[in-house]
Design a protein around this ligand. Structure first.
Ligand SMILES: Nc1nc2c(ncn2[C@@H]2O[C@H](COP(=O)(O)OP(=O)(O)OP(=O)(O)O)[C@@H](O)[C@H]2O)c(=O)[nH]1
Length: 242
């Protein structure tokens, strides 16, 4: 792995204890460590090589600390991310409120992005602009409904689904409520278990596939000179989206 270039930065966000580190552990090492819970301090990094068709994509995954003590630091880690996996514990409704907090954070768009290709282009201003009060988000008539940093896509991830298999009454976050919210913010939704592995591979595979497809799409539109501002598909909604 050493020396391999990271293609896409991925950041994991969410309340402490929701299972972000366990998700990374399952994705990267295909294991679950049930031992005593240890808070992440600062952030941890792992690179994961994924295959999408005949292409190889290296995801650089940043596992941030969920403790509010490290909130300011977590903001640094989502800068430049192509994907944000916003986690909540399926058995804990307060963790879903915290997930919404992180989505709002992500929706405060960056003014400058490092080129459409994300592969070292010169900095250029956000194509959608920014109002005096910051990103207008869905309230802005002429702006897209979402403004995310540097074409970042959001993946909502409900964790610990194995606990629901044991006892359905443990569900603290309604699936349909989250699905409605995911539709509203144009996010993907996954319910995972790092313990059993349920949907963990699917989540990171989707992140890699979206990265490849958006990059290919972007190259195509740049070559053909398509005006992204004239299109209405979901891919065009995000500020600085590629
Ligand atoms: N049953 C079950 N427990 C889980 C799962 N994922 C994580 N846990 C447990 O939840 C606790 C917290 O997991 P972590 O992965 O450390 O949580 P975190 O979000 O990284 O926490 P911070 O580092 O504090 O932000 C640990 O005791 C894990 O064993 C899961 O899928 N199922």
């Amino acid at each position: 792995m050493s020396g391999r270039r990271v293609d896409a930065k991925v950041v994991l966000l969410g309340q402490e204890g929701v299972g972000k580190s366990s998700l990374v552990e399952r994705c990267a090492h295909r294991r679950f460590r049930p031992g005593p819970y240890q808070n992440t301090i600062g952030a941890a990094f792992v690179a994961k090589v994924m295959s999408v068709g005949d292409q190889t994509v290296t995801l650089g995954i940043w596992d941030t600390a969920g403790s509010e003590r490290y909130e300011a630091m977590s903001r640094i880690y989502y800068r430049g991310a192509r994907a944000a996996v916003v986690c909540y514990d399926l058995t804990d409704s307060s963790s879903f409120q915290r997930a919404k907090f992180w989505v709002n954070e992500l929706q405060n768009c960056e003014e400058v992005r490092p080129g459409w290709g994300g592969r070292g282009g010169a900095a250029e201003p956000c194509r959608w602009g920014r109002g005096a009060g910051g990103c207008a988000g869905s309230a802005g008539a002429s702006l897209p409904p979402l403004c995310l940093p540097q074409g970042c896509r959001i993946y909502l991830c409900g964790t610990k689904s194995d606990l629901l298999e044991e006892d359905r009454r443990k569900r603290g976050v309604d699936f349909h409520d989250v699905q409605d919210y995911a539709d509203e913010i144009k996010a993907e939704l996954f319910e995972t278990s790092s313990k059993t592995g349920q949907s963990v591979d699917e989540l990171f595979q989707k992140v890699a596939e979206d990265y490849v497809h958006f990059t290919a799409f972007q190259v195509m539109t740049e070559e053909k000179g398509v005006d992204l501002g004239q299109r209405s598909g979901a891919y065009f909604y995000s500020c600085c989206h590629h």
